[in-house]
Design a protein. Structure first.
Length: 317
């Protein structure tokens, strides 16, 4: 439980509290990075790593196109930001080591909302990247909530697993959900009452917990290619196929629908393995890699797979 002073500050707007008070309120809530020799508070943080290479990625979440505050609590938003960013590092076969988080918010927003966002960051890190922490960031003003996260990862001496290593004869596998997030989004868009928030698909959309620890596992097991599924199986498999200069055939024996083919924001791991390599537990075979052929790079019997049919695009929503 917070103190009475914390409660008083949380009730202030960010404009009333000011940057210094707001930062002093949230910084103690954020986990420190164990590998940081210098953490938040200076002009930059310093992170120790045994590998001279650092995997790095960044992502943004903006109120409106990326989340709605009538659907998501600010704690949900912070949690989801960790999932989406950690997935990019896991997809390289690296281990997440630190986060830089920048937040811009309306001056009218309560400090308590910023506190809830920080609590969501902390919860997500504890669940999905317990070996990592927050290295620093920035706080600024914006008409809507805007979150930018830069995430760092350690390859631990391994080569990065890129999108371009798939070869004919390899198997296409997936760890995580197929379209469950989009199913939840569809339910939210048509919801008649609050009962929808108890549905597993909606929960997954608002607070995804993909099996990101399997990224380094896949790398050590011999994955030839890997990426996270943020924009839908068809769109992301198309990107992998194009990067590898191959074609992909999805397994028609599996149950497919619009959600599982084109729905984004599951943040699972799409990977390829040579046929003679044991597939790590947690991955399911969903297709195979073929020689490059004419037509769409991804095929599924009975479906006309066109990228225009779906997949997340921030400029088309």
């Amino acid at each position: 439980m917070g103190s009475a002073e914390d409660s008083r500050i949380d009730a202030l707007t960010l404009a009333e509290a000011g940057e210094g008070v707001a930062l002093a309120r949230i910084l103690p809530l954020l986990p420190q990075a164990p590998l940081a020799s210098l953490g938040p508070g200076d002009d930059a943080a310093v992170l120790r790593t045994a590998d001279s290479r650092v995997a790095i990625s960044c992502d943004m979440m903006i109120e409106g196109p990326d989340f709605r505050t009538d659907w998501s609590s600010m704690r949900d938003v912070g949690y989801k930001a960790v999932a989406s960013n950690t997935a990019d590092i896991a997809a390289m076969g690296a281990v997440t080591t630190g986060f830089e988080i920048a937040v811009a918010a309306p001056g009218s927003a309560p400090v308590g909302d910023l506190v809830a966002l920080a609590e969501g960051f902390a919860e997500g890190i504890a669940v999905m990247a317990p070996q990592a922490g927050v290295l620093g960031g920035d706080l600024s003003h914006s008409p809507v909530w805007t979150i930018a996260v830069t995430v760092l990862g350690d390859l631990e001496g391994r080569e990065p697993v890129t999108r371009s290593g798939a070869q004919p004869g390899h198997l296409l596998v997936l760890a995580g959900e197929r379209g469950l997030s989009h199913e939840g989004l569809t339910m939210l868009r048509s919801a008649a009452n609050d009962a929808v928030f108890a549905d597993p698909a909606v929960i997954h959309h608002l607070r995804p917990t993909p099996p990101l620890a399997l990224g380094p596992v896949a790398a050590m097991a011999g994955a030839s290619a890997m990426m996270d599924v943020s924009d839908g199986v068809v769109l992301d498999a198309t990107r992998l196929a194009k990067a590898s200069n191959v074609s992909i055939r999805l397994n028609s024996a599996l149950s497919w629908n619009e959600h599982s083919l084109f729905g984004g924001e599951d943040h699972g791991l799409l990977a390829c393995f040579p046929g003679d390599v044991p597939i790590p537990e947690g991955f399911v075979v969903i297709g195979e890699v073929l020689e490059l052929s004419a037509g769409h790079p991804v095929a599924l019997e009975g479906w006309d797979l066109q990228e225009s049919l779906g997949g997340w695009d921030p400029f088309s929503t």
